[in-house]
Design a protein. Sequence first.
Length: 285
Amino acid sequence: MRRRTSRRIDADRPGGSGFRCGVPVALAAVVLIVSTALAQDLPLGEVVAAMRGYGLTEAADGVRRFEVEVLDLQRPTGPGWATILIRSSGSFLDDVGGLAAGMSGSPVYLGPVGAERLAGALAFAFPASEHRLALVTPIAAMRALQAGDHAPATPPSGGAPLAAPLLRAGTTDLALHRADVSVIVANRDLPYKLANLAAEPFGTVVRDGQAGRLARSDQVPGGLPVIVRVETDGAALTVATRVARDPALTPALSWGELLAALERVTVRVEVTAEPSDGAAGEESP
């Protein structure tokens, strides 16, 4: 991944994710989470208010650290599990405008300095706020993705849980792409990562559950073949591609491929304006 200097870009427009004020929203993942294989898990029962630690996330200049403090445990109002309410801080977040969409899956470690354990990963933020508060999905809930959201389990080789759900669609076959973060865009609603995706997937999101998504780096997505052919009087174009095989996503993605093909077939129309009897900008007598 290329290294670049982090910089802040202010933007008043939303990041295109449909955020709503006062409601925690998912920090949709843009990059794969940092490896947490060397850290021990911290059980949710040991997490208490005032615990401190840190989180890691990918930025334009590599993996960056930010500080966190536990404020409370947020108990579920229905079926599910508690999440960890944290306040984040640090010079990195000050520079980029706070926690951002695209930080989902960023691991959070809590405990004494030098003995931090993996508590979970960033999952939800609060738009139209100070962009420092977030909810962390506990690591046990993320591990449960391996067992169909029913019981904790050890991740298989090549598996990595991502903390925020997408559509809670269950079994999925969605492409997972590496991303090169260009910049974190500061936004009054919620900052967001702007990134360039690699052309080819390197893995597959195989499950989209209540606690998040399960990605496998040892599995290639199948997808649905889509062939689009556009013909005009002066040009023709055939595009063969594959889109995600998902009831909620396939129609929109297929339509997007059709629109992209139409845009690539350009028809130029020249319009010749006949001169008027009078000079331009003057009225005829």
